[in-house]
Design a protein around this ligand. Structure first.
Ligand code: ATP
Ligand code: MG
Length: 394
C-alpha cells in the first residue's frame, strides 16, 4: 500500500479505537487499485464532526457544515468527512440538505461513479458495494444508481464522467452515456469555474480525444461557453490523439484551431473565467502558432513570446520541421529581456544624450528591438552611438 496511506493509518486507527468506523475513500482508493499516483487522501468516518474534533488535538473546520474536518498531523492535513447522505438538489448543483449518518453504505451511495465509491479499511479490506472493482477491471465509468437521477442531482457529474474517461482511458457505460446526452443542457446550471476545471483536466488526460468525442456526441459542448459554435473544428481535433501538457496549451490549441484573433481569445477565455496570466500566455502562444503555420517566425516574435510559451507552441504544433529550430534560434538571441541591454536610461541621460522625458522610453524600445533584430551589437558604445543617431534622424 502507498506511503500516503501508511502515514495516514494512525488516524484511522485512532478513530477506530474510539469505537467508530473509518475508511480511505474516493480517488485515492481508485488510483491505488489502478496503480496510479495518488494526490489527496480522503477519509470517511461514522464519527460526527464534533466527535472527530474531540479525538484530535489539531483540527481545522474546513467544511464543517458538510461534515469535513481537517486533521493536522506532522505538517500533513487529512480531510476527514462524516458519512453523509444528500438530498434536495433543487438547483441541479448542490444539495439543500446533508444528513450525517452512521452507515458506510449510505455514504458510498451518494458518490458519483462506481469506481469512486470504494472504501478501504485500515486492515486493507476493500468495500465494493456497487461493483466498482469489476468496472475498474473493464475500464468502465458507470454512475452509482440511476444515471438520470444522479445527473439531475448534480450536473457537474457529467463533466466529471468525461474527465475520468479521458484521464483513465475508460469508456462511459451506455446508460450513463445516454443519461449525459439526455441531461447535457443542465450543465448550464453549473458554475463555469467548476466546468473549467473538469474540462481542462479532460483535455490533459491521456485519452483527451475520447473525451472530446463524448462531449460532441452527447451535446455537452453546446452547454459550455463557446465550444458549441465550433463543432466542425472540434470534430477535426477529435480525429487524432492529443498530447497537451498544461492549461495554456489546451486553450492555445483551441484558439489556433478556431482561428481566433487576440480579441476573440480574450473574450473566449473570459467566458470560461480563465485567469489573466493564462489568457496572456495563450495570446502569445497562439500568435506564435499562426506565425509557425505561415512560416513567418521572426526573432522579434520569439523574443516577445519567451521560452515558456515557445515550448508551449512547439508542444501544440508537434515535433515537425517547422518547430525544430525555434528553441535554438531563441537561445541565440542577443538578449532575452530589456534589462539585459548594456545601457540604461540613466546612463543615456548622464552621458548627455538626451534630457529626461517621454523620448527616453522610445529610444529604449528602439534599442531593444534593434539589438534583438541583430542590427546593433549589445555593448555600451554601439548602443550610445545608435541612440545619438536615432535622435538626430528624428
Ligand atoms: P481526483 O483524483 O481528481 O482528486 P477524485 O475522485 O478524488 O479525483 P474529488 O473531487 O477529489 O475527486 O472527490 C473525492 C470523491 O468524492 C470522489 O471520488 C467521489 O467519491 C466523491 N465526489 C466528488 N465529487 C462528487 C460529485 N459531484 N458527486 C458525487 N460524488 C462526488
Ligand atoms: Mg481527490
Amino acid at each position: 500500500i502507498p506511503t500516503e496511506f501508511k502515514e495516514a493509518l494512525p488516524i484511522l486507527q485512532k478513530i477506530e479505537a474510539a469505537g467508530y468506523e473509518a475508511y480511505f475513500v474516493g480517488g485515492s482508493v481508485r488510483d491505488t487499485i489502478l496503480k496510479r499516483p495518488i494526490h489527496d487522501v480522503d477519509i470517511a468516518t461514522s464519527a460526527y464532526p464534533s466527535e472527530v474534533k474531540e479525538l484530535f488535538k489539531k483540527t481545522v473546520d474546513t467544511g464543517i457544515e458538510h461534515g469535513t474536518v481537517m486533521i493536522l498531523d506532522h505538517g500533513t492535513g487529512y480531510e476527514v468527512t462524516t458519512f453523509r447522505t444528500e438530498s434536495g438538489y433543487q438547483d441541479y448543483r448542490r444539495p439543500d440538505k446533508v444528513t450525517f449518518v452512521r452507515s458506510l453504505k449510505e455514504d458510498l451511495k451518494r458518490r458519483d461513479f462506481t469506481i469512486n465509491a470504494l472504501a478501504l479499511s485500515e486492515s486493507g479490506q476493500v468495500f465494493d458495494l456497487f461493483g466498482g472493482l469489476a468496472d475498474m477491471q473493464h475500464h468502465i465509468i458507470k454512475a452509482v444508481g440511476d444515471p438520470n437521477e444522479r445527473f439531475n442531482e448534480d450536473a457537474l457529474r457529467m463533466m466529471r464522467a468525461v474527465r475520468f474517461a479521458s484521464q483513465l482511458d475508460f469508456q462511459i457505460e451506455s446508460e450513463t452515456l445516454q443519461g449525459i446526452a439526455r441531461h447535457s443542457r443542465l450543465l448550464e446550471k453549473i458554475a463555469v469555474e467548476r466546468c473549467h476545471s473538469e474540462f481542462v483536466k479532460m483535455m490533459l488526460g491521456v485519452a483527451a480525444q475520447n473525451g472530446l468525442n463524448v462531449m460532441l456526441d452527447t451535446g455537452l459542448d453546446r452547454h459550455v461557453p463557446v465550444l458549441g459554435e465550433h463543432e466542425q473544428a472540434l470534430k477535426q481535433l477529435a480525429n487524432s490523439p492529443l498530447s497537451l501538457q498544461n492549461e495554456v496549451q489546451v486553450w492555445s490549441l483551441l484558439a489556433f484551431t478556431f482561428g481566433f484573433s487576440r480579441g476573440q481569445i480574450s473574450s473566449f477565455l473570459k467566458k470560461w473565467k480563465t485567469a489573466n496570466k493564462i489568457i496572456n500566455d495563450v495570446i502569445l502562444t497562439t500568435e506564435l502558432l499562426f506565425a509557425i503555420k505561415k512560416q513567418q517566425v521572426t526573432n522579434w516574435l520569439l523574443y516577445q513570446t519567451g521560452a515558456a510559451n515557445i515550448t508551449n507552441a512547439i508542444d501544440v504544433f508537434g515535433p515537425l520541421p517547422e518547430t525544430q529550430t525555434l528553441m535554438s534560434r531563441y537561445a541565440e538571441l542577443p538578449i532575452k529581456t530589456k534589462k539585459q541591454l548594456q545601457i540604461t536610461g540613466g546612463q543615456l541621460i548622464q552621458q548627455g544624450v538626451l534630457q529626461p522625458g517621454p523620448e527616453l522610453g522610445k529610444i529604449l524600445d528602439y534599442l531593444e528591438r534593434a539589438v534583438v533584430d541583430g542590427q546593433i551589437p549589445n555593448n555600451f558604445d554601439d548602443l550610445k552611438a545608435a541612440a545619438v543617431n536615432f535622435l538626430n534622424e528624428d
